[in-house]
Design a protein around this ligand. Sequence first.
Ligand code: PMT
Length: 400
Amino acid sequence: MLLCVGGGIAAYKALELVRRLRDAGARVQVAMTEGAQQFVTPLSFQALSGLPVRTSLWDSAAEQSMGHIELARWADHIVIAPATADLIARLAGGHADDLVSTLCLASAAPLTVCPAMNHHMWLHPATQANIDLLRQRGAQVVGPEDGPLAEGESGPGRLAQVPQIVAALAHPDSAVPSVPSSDSRLRGVRLVISAGPTYEDLDPVRYIGNRSSGKMGFALAQAAAARGAQVVLVAGPVQLPTPAGVERINVRSAAQMRQAVMDALPADIYIGAAAVSDYTPKVVCPQKMKKTAQTTGMSLELVRTPDILAEVAQQTGALKLVVGFAAETHDVATYARGKLVNKRLDLIIANRVGVAGGGFESDDNAATAYWADGEREFASMSKAQLAGQLLDLISQRLDA
Ligand code: PMT
């Protein structure tokens, strides 16, 4: 792990990060910017990491033991903590005028950026544009958190908690989303999101279900809450942890999901990310259905479930935006546009299912969004990243 420490007051928290990363089994090489050395001495990092700290491109002794290009190749992962506004800008601009920026430019390793700065600097459109650029290039952004800042003010700008940074490095999808971004259009907006599968019981033992893991809907709920939205998450039977600040209502069947969604209205936005069963058994057997020696096959009589999304979309007065998903194996655009029109939606997010690396269960997803007179494609990325980009689009469509 190459830990690059930027020049902010939160640099002292990077000392703890070194310890926790080493506890987790990582070998940690620290590189510091000149600014970082104003806050913490390289010696402190050396004592905790057990390795001499790299501070300059022009250190001939250090370059002789491992040149900076070699070091950039050595890293399996680069984490920048704290990432200051200036460091983020220089990374976005592709600068290579000091050791840290050169290492980042010369490395193909995954990059995790943990911003920490004054909240006005974080919310400035320049910083937001720079961090978005890093995200688009695949960087994972962890934090910042909202709270009291060193200068006595309060706002989004605190370095994410060290355990959260370590967890995000181990499991990229658990990353704490940046709060809040300059996009504050979702602040205070009430959002109802459905997620996960539904289970339609056949008897006390068996059910009809589907492959939805809930990851996409939970990622949307987490990202929306981080942007200050008031989020109600109606979740089918999945074991995912409830994102911070989200009100979760657990349901099992399509009928229960419909009831929970209707009870959660009125809302400003509804996002139907759940894979709701289209059919349910006409009769639920109170006892376990038994096979007999004579029965070689069996037929089940199924009846349609209510279409929750279409029903929500009919409540035009209550909602500002109704967003559906379309999970398709083929003819994605045609089916998605059909659902947009037939269910009277404002926006539909279509994704291909039944392929590796996307759709159900996967940690990643690619999608195309369709609305009446437009569409936008989203390349494959983690569901956490996709959720952030979909919410950007949803915010824009709110104003359309
Ligand atoms: O949970 P994951 O493993 O992350 O996977 C979810 C996903 C990544 C595939 C997700 O993006 C997705 O596509 N979810 C919706 C899947 C789905 O059921 O699509 P559909 O095409 O069958 O349904 C269309 C829309 O109608 C959906 O918004 C669905 O919530 C809604 N619907 C469907 C049937 C029904 N009875 N009521 C509904 O509200």
